[in-house]
Design a protein around this ligand. Structure first.
Ligand code: FAD
Ligand code: NAP
Length: 312
């Protein structure tokens, strides 16, 4: 039998944005229901050390941080549901969402916090060393590669920005791109070419990442020429995959306004979407900062705005 869940605020997603929205909504007596999705805790559960979330002078673990956020959200009165929203009807209020279980969730307001995911190359060793030498976030993990040789894969704005950022920490940054020209904006390319810590390897793809078991870490990569097929072994300790991100917004297509890449559009200085009563927070609407603290910040904003909308 399928259940119907009614709430003043339905929160979709359990990353930093979702849990923060839940904490604020619960403390405003909105009795939120939060649907966790397939990755309870969100992206930080697939990383290890987190050193830039304020409030902790020692390094903390991503999964631990997300457990703390979940407990805090529950403690102040959030109802957590382990399910996945599959389809939505935003044509009238209250809004309807149907989950994988068949349950119906009815929200007077909705906060979408379904996040985004980095695109990965799909090679097996990439997964094996994820969080142990392989990353998709230089701002998050660059610090761990002080005075080391690192590589960035990709040729768009993200890859160039990641490479430039990494020069603050690394000894040398090798940008590996599959073609012989970059997709990135000219101004970023100029900065890249002018930086003497950066070497560019054109027309190559990442073939394999090699490392050791104890301590689990990367010590070299194999790259293959797209022209000759020749393989080179580079001495690299950190690999940053920067081939783009994909927001988790497929189920909202046609229901909300989005940009060309599928990020949900929100009003300036607000989390309001194109449908009044529906708000979006975190990486699902932010392709610039993509940090836990910014996701939490917009999660807070979304709950305050949902409360104002509901009581106004
Ligand atoms: P996410 O964390 O992406 O969470 C999305 C949530 O939505 C998940 O719980 C998922 O299950 C749920 N969901 C998706 N679709 C549905 C659906 N249909 N129904 C219900 N639920 C759904 N940031 C930092 O600040 N510091 C770091 O050190 C750091 N390290 C990182 C390391 C890695 C490897 C990665 C990948 C990211 C890292 N980040 C870091 C970035 C940070 O994790 C993200 O910016 C942040 O998690 C975004 O939070 P969010 O709440 O928007 O979404
Ligand atoms: P992107 O523009 O799509 O570039 C992805 C890059 O990765 C491309 O160079 C692509 O190669 C390469 N790539 C894709 N798949 C690959 C694979 N399987 N193997 C090897 N290389 C692969 O993505 P992005 O750089 O993340 O940017 C996304 C959007 O955000 C863009 O609109 C960008 O302008 C924007 N953005 C803006 C800023 C800024 O304004 N400062 C910063 C970051 C991002 P090809 O070139 O061969 O296709």
């Amino acid at each position: 039998m399928h259940n119907t869940h009614r709430t003043k605020v339905l929160i979709i997603g359990s990353g930093p944005a979702g849990y923060t929205a839940a904490i604020y909504a619960a403390r405003a007596n909105l009795e939120p229901i939060l649907v966790q999705g397939l990755e309870p805790g969100g992206q930080l559960t697939i990383t290890t050390d987190v050193e830039n979330y304020p409030g902790f002078s020692d390094v903390i673990q991503g999964p631990w941080l997300m457990d703390q956020m979940r407990e805090q959200a529950e403690k102040v009165g959030t109802k957590l549901v382990s399910d996945l929203i599959q389809s939505v009807d935003f044509s009238k209020r209250p809004f309807n969402c149907i989950a994988d279980s068949g349950d119906l969730f009815i929200g007077e307001t909705i906060i979408i916090c379904t996040g985004a995911q980095a695109k990965w190359l799909g090679i097996s060793t990439e997964k094996k060393y994820m969080g142990f030498g392989v990353s998709a976030c230089a701002t998050c993990d660059g610090f761990f590669y002080k005075d080391k040789n690192v590589a960035v894969i990709g040729g768009g704005n993200t890859a160039v920005e990641e490479a430039l950022y990494l020069t603050n920490h690394a000894k040398k940054v090798t940008l590996i791109h599959r073609r012989n020209s970059l997709k990135a904006e000219k101004i970023l390319q100029d900065r890249l070419f002018a930086n003497n810590k950066i070497e560019i390897v054109w027309n190559h793809i990442l073939e394999e990442i090699k490392g050791k078991k104890q301590p689990k870490s990367v010590n070299s990569i194999l790259i293959k020429s797209t022209e000759t097929g020749k393989i080179q072994d580079l001495n690299i300790e950190g690999v940053f995959i920067a081939i783009g991100h994909r927001p988790n917004t497929d189920i909202f297509r046609g229901h909300l306004e989005m940009d060309d890449e599928g990020y949900i559009l929100t009003s300036p200085d607000s989390t309001a979407t194109s449908v009044p009563g529906i708000f979006a927070a975190g990486d699902v609407q932010d392709k610039i900062y993509r940090q836990a603290v910014t996701a939490a910040g917009t999660g807070c904003m979304s709950a305050l705005e949902a409360e104002k909308f509901y009581s106004g």
